[in-house]
Design a protein around this ligand. Structure first.
Ligand code: SAT
Ligand code: MN
Length: 649
């Protein structure tokens, strides 16, 4: 029975039913009984496998089809009337054509099935940040995951009232046919359509589809921001709390950073880290002129492989009850789950993620095809399970941000951490982010690609306009957070990660937060402010590379060093991306920052190129040119060196 009198909702449900032609329609009220009954039904049909109720109470395993294990970026479309509005890094489809295609695929596809109507809220119901969505789906798996990841049920319909607007989401799994898989977004209609997939990021429509792609578009028009960012709080020994939001591409450690446990000597001093969110931040300007952020989600859709007691105790604990595991391995000895990196010992009797018995003797950690769990296998865990969930997790007004951090996987060039000179320089740094691809999206892994603000797959409109929106937001914030860039992934010549990462990232966070207070020193470099080695606390740091070499001050110096020649090349590369991909919608402020970077690294270009030039006689190539579009009016004001007052506290 319909749970609302809102005509727009009723119309949407009726239209969806007319299209999908399900046998039944079930409204999800969010009650524990209903959810329990659905779990039972899913176990009966084989869609879920019930795990050991003593060891993992109320936990289930789900396996997707082998062709349906990750987001599919090349089948994800932004459908705006004008192609230009989707921009150069999104796939675009004409909305009329997209609706026609989706209708053709979805028509009658729910015959013999039940269509569930999920009213859900992104954000705490009643918060000024919150927005309501209605997802219809023919998948119980989607209902159960949405019930963890979002706030689901009648309270959302109440908040909507008789006339409220909402984001429409239509999901039909159809035959999970990869050739007919489409994830379509209609930002101008507040609509999302997903067909022929049953994998998380493609079908939990509140997550990437709504909370990032549609919400980023809404944010641009309404003056706020939807970002691919974790949010964490740090409590200092004196009791003061500071909050940080950090953008990293998928599967680059957002969940780990969001839940980090500081090294012992920090804990002894009274430091504490608490998690507000691990994937998405909605950010608004507060009355105090600061940026305030909420996590619109209600759970974690985290990457399982590599998660263990040491790497992320809090995430692991979060998965101990009420969790749905997707594409991990099943340990048949005790009906628990396993994935690569969970334990050193391999399970003796185990079924791999495809449902076949797994032979641990054939396991080769360098060959992903021998893995028991899929590299992008996931857990969907309620946020309230997390031992370090922030008391502000359910706050309606959110938390004020002291710092914004960008980061990616970069084997070289990018130092462990550096700080932007100001907001616009920070926006430049975010826009210039590159990272190696991961298993979170279908396609090759480990390929370096541009991923501005970690939003390449998620900005619901033109990337150049998105940069401009960041610049505009900077003008609205009287007390902006400071912006930093980190890189936990530097490798040495043997391919070892040079920085220990995980809990030891606290050492970098401490410097970042002290910089926000003017309480830590830094060195002014060509790319921004970089800590001196002595500014990073290495007390009790114990990290050994595979060859037995220990991490120490020399290694720290190496990963803090700025190689200007490499940065000169990086600047050329960024210019190529701006000119070649984003083209004419790059805001002038970003060209100015690029020109400053080029200017600051100019000597290094000469140095590097002069050597062969001396022999080969091509010395004239040595001079750095100015990036395209240097506005005449602004070049004169371009600071070649950052303002002296900011160099140190
Ligand atoms: O699959 S999701 O898009 O939900 C997770 C991710 O890729 O970050
Ligand atoms: Mn993500």
């Amino acid at each position: 029975m319909a749970l609302t009198k809102n005509k727009k909702v009723l119309d949407f449900v009726a239209e969806s039913a007319e299209l999908g032609q399900p046998d039944n329609i079930v409204w999800i009220d969010g009650s524990a009984e209903q959810i329990k009954a659905l779990k039972k039904e899913a176990v009966k049909s084989g869609e879920l496998i019930k795990l050991n109720d003593n060891l993992l109470p109320d936990c289930y395993l789900h396996r997707t089809k082998v062709n349906d294990v990750a987001r599919v970026e090349d089948r994800t479309f932004i459908c705006t009337k004008n192609k230009e509005d989707a921009g150069p890094v999104n796939y675009w489809m004409d909305p009329r054509q997209a609706y026609e295609l989706a209708n053709e695929i979805a028509r009658g596809s729910m015959k013999g099935r039940t269509m569930y109507v999920i009213p859900y809220s992104m954000g705490v119901v009643g918060s000024p940040f919150a927005k309501i969505g209605i997802e219809v789906t023919d998948s119980i798996y989607v209902v159960l995951n949405m019930n963890i990841m979002t706030r689901v049920g009648v309270e959302c319909l109440k908040a909507l009232g008789k006339n409220g607007d909402f984001i429409k989401g239509f999901h039909a799994k159809c035959n999970v046919d990869a050739d007919k898989r489409y994830i379509m977004h209609f930002p101008e209609d507040n609509t999302i359509i997903s067909v022929n997939s049953a994998y998380g990021g493609n079908v939990l429509l509140g997550k990437k589809c709504f909370a990032l792609r549609i919400a980023s578009y809404l944010g641009k028009n309404e003056g706020w921001m939807a970002e691919h960012m974790l949010i964490l709080g740090v409590t200092f020994p004196d009791g003061e709390k500071k909050y940080v939001a950090a953008a990293f591409p998928s599967a680059c450690g957002k969940t780990n950073l969001a839940m980090l446990i500081p090294p012992k000597h920090y804990l002894d001093k009274g430091y504490k880290v608490e998690c507000v969110g691990d994937d998405i931040a909605w950010i608004r300007v507060g009355e105090d002129g600061r940026l305030w952020a909420v996590n619109p989600e209600n759970g974690f859709f985290g990457v399982a492989p590599g998660t263990n007691e040491h790497s992320n105790y809090n995430a692991l604990q979060s998965t101990k009850r009420g969790t749905i595991f997707t594409n991990v391995a099943l340990n048949t000895d005790d009906m628990t789950v396993w994935w690569e990196g969970l334990t050193k010992e391999l399970p003796e009797h185990c079924i791999d993620w495809t449902g076949k018995p797994w032979d641990s003797a054939k396991y080769d950690k360098h060959d992903k095809s021998t893995c028991a769990a899929h590299p992008n296998s996931r857990f969907t865990a309620p946020a309230i399970n997390c031992p370090c969930v922030s008391p502000e997790f359910n706050s309606k007004k959110g938390v004020p941000l002291s710092a914004i951090i960008f980061g990616g996987r970069r084997a070289s060039t990018t130092p462990l951490v550096y700080e932007a000179r100001d907001w616009n320089h920070g926006v430049f740094i975010g826009s210039a982010m590159s990272s190696e691809t991961t298993a979170a999206a279908a396609g090759a892994v480990g390929v370096l690609r541009h991923d501005p603000m970690a939003m390449k797959p998620f900005a619901g409109y033109h990337m150049g306009d998105y940069f401009a929106h960041w610049v505009e937001m900077g003008k609205k914030v009287k007390n902006p957070p400071k912006i930093f860039n980190v890189n936990w992934f530097r490798t040495d010549a043997d391919g070892n990660f040079m920085w220990p990462g995980f809990g030891d990232n606290m050492r970098v966070l401490e410097w970042i937060l002290k910089r926000c207070d003017g309480a830590a020193d830094a060195e002014e470099t060509a790319i921004g402010f970089v800590p001196k080695a002595e500014d990073i606390d290495l007390t009790d740091l114990d990290y050994e590379y595979d060859d037995g070499k220990k991490f120490g001050v020399d290694e720290l110096k190496e990963i803090l060093a700025i190689d200007k020649a490499k940065w000169a090349k990086e600047a050329e590369e960024i210019e190529g991306y701006y000119n070649g991909t984003i083209k004419d919608r790059i805001p002038q402020e970003l060209w100015d920052s690029l020109n400053t970077l080029k200017e600051n690294c100019k000597g290094a270009v000469e140095e590097v190129k002069e050597k062969p030039a001396a022999k080969k006689n091509v010395a004239k190539k040595a001079t750095a040119t100015t990036a395209k579009k240097p506005a005449a009016k602004k070049t004169t004001t371009t600071a070649k060196k950052p303002a002296a007052k900011k160099t140190t506290k």
